[in-house]
Design a protein around this ligand. Structure first.
Ligand SMILES: *Cc1c(COP(=O)(O)O)cnc(C)c1O
Length: 393
């Protein structure tokens, strides 16, 4: 029998075709129905998805929009956040988290991460609050919620709105409650690589606040209500019926896919531990009370070996990704904020040390064995003399 750990296979970072193959008939049927209806924008499919996503998390209202980025921007606009205001968030996230704040004219104020979870450090939140602070945006990074109890406690004490960036964490839970109901309003993304991904861009906002939901629903159609009467200037962030139809099919599979992602994560832990790597390779930490949905399985290695490890895996046809190489406070477009390297040391270290391994529900055991064996071989052959090698010795 072939040794499965050396078999020359390729393992992409993400394989969307594998998922499509499992639901092709269901998808093709609903896509055909939308095409037959020729009803493409908002409408009954979008209203159906809004109700189902709201019910899935336990929210009263869902407002569909064009992307996860808009799902962050629309609540800020509806809350009239703008110039002179401050919004507190993490510097270790996808760009849109801070970009949405900037787009309103408000100032993004960063709070460093807890290095064990990569999420905003709730203990440092209060020190960042000023009389100008209006909103806090905790990000539930990689599939695990931020530490919401202390965040909500600080926010309530200061009268701040909490907007969850749940783009990577649909189905994740904190103390038994799902992402989306842990703050006042939440943003979800259905970008294809998210745990619930569309066939293009799409997003959703959930909230229990009816007035806020109505205002966001109006802002996404140029502030129009009824047709051609404009009360305020919004923009076009409508959601397509085709995306909604696809997402409604996929939502029925989401819990099974989440369970499969968690099995993949468990299997990585077992394989990397068995290979003697758990001392050298930092594994994702599941915080007590958190149900992690593993949008990413992110390992951590010393900065000087991260890029060589990635190059080794690329050469062995294992796809990886770095989420994210430059923390937001050091992005060129935010230079006016005046940040310097060293301002948020945990975020800066994470940006140099993390590497996301392939993870998706259909990832096979043998593919995972191949990935773990290639990491082990890198540690054996290429990292001698480095800090990684010393730690392995
Ligand atoms: C994907 C993502 C977004 C933006 O979503 P899009 O649908 O790509 O616009 C925002 N925040 C985080 C943390 C994300 O991962």
């Amino acid at each position: 029998m072939a040794d499965r750990t050396t078999e020359p296979i390729s393992v992409p970072a993400l394989d969307l075709k594998a998922q499509y193959r499992t639901i092709r008939d269901e998808i093709d049927q609903v896509v055909r129905a939308v095409v037959e209806s020729q009803y493409f924008i908002l409408g009954p499919e979008v209203a159906g998805l809004e109700a189902e996503i709201a019910a899935y998390g336990g929210s009263k209202f869902g407002v569909g929009c064009a992307s996860g980025s808009d799902a962050l921007l629309l609540p800020l606009l509806a809350l009239e956040v703008g110039p002179g205001d401050e919004v507190v968030t993490t510097p270790y996230s996808f760009f849109a988290t801070a970009g949405s704040i900037w787009r309103t004219g408000a100032r993004p104020v960063f709070v460093d991460i807890d290095p064990s979870t990569f999420n905003i450090d709730a203990k440092q939140l209060e020190a960042a609050i000023t009389p100008r602070t209006r909103v806090v945006i905790p990000v539930h990074l990689y599939g695990q919620t931020a530490d919401m109890t202390p965040i909500m406690e600080v926010a309530r004490r200061h009268g701040l709105v909490v907007l969850e960036d749940a783009a990577q964490s649909i189905g994740a839970a904190y103390q038994g409650r799902r992402a989306g109901v842990l703050g006042d309003v939440a943003a979800f993304s259905f970008y294809p690589s998210k745990n619930l991904g569309g066939f293009g861009d799409a997003g959703m906002i959930t909230t229990d606040d009816e007035a806020l939901a109505k205002r966001m629903a109006r802002l996404r159609v140029h502030g129009m209500e009824p047709k051609y009467y404009h009360h305020e200037v919004g923009f076009n962030s409508r959601l397509d019926a085709l995306q909604a139809a696809v997402l409604r099919v996929k939502l029925r599979h989401l819990d099974a896919w989440t369970a499969a992602r968690r099995r993949v994560a468990d299997n990585y832990r077992a394989l990397l531990s068995r290979a003697g790597l758990s001392e050298i390779v930092g594994l994702p930490v599941e915080s007590p009370g958190c149900f992690h949905v593993y949008n990413q399985f992110t390992i951590r290695v010393p900065a000087e070996v991260r890029d060589p490890l990635r190059a080794h895996l690329t050469a062995k046809r294992v796809g990886t990704e770095i989420y994210y190489p430059i923390p937001l406070h050091l992005q060129d477009c935010f230079r006016a904020l005046g940040h310097r390297p060293g301002d948020f040391p945990h975020s800066e270290a994470a940006a140099k040390e993390t590497l996301a391994l392939p993870i998706y529900p259909e990832l096979t055991d043998s593919a995972q064995e191949y990935v773990a064996a290639r990491i082990a071989e890198f540690v054996d052959e290429h990292a001698r003399g480095s800090r990684l090698g010393e730690r392995a010795a």
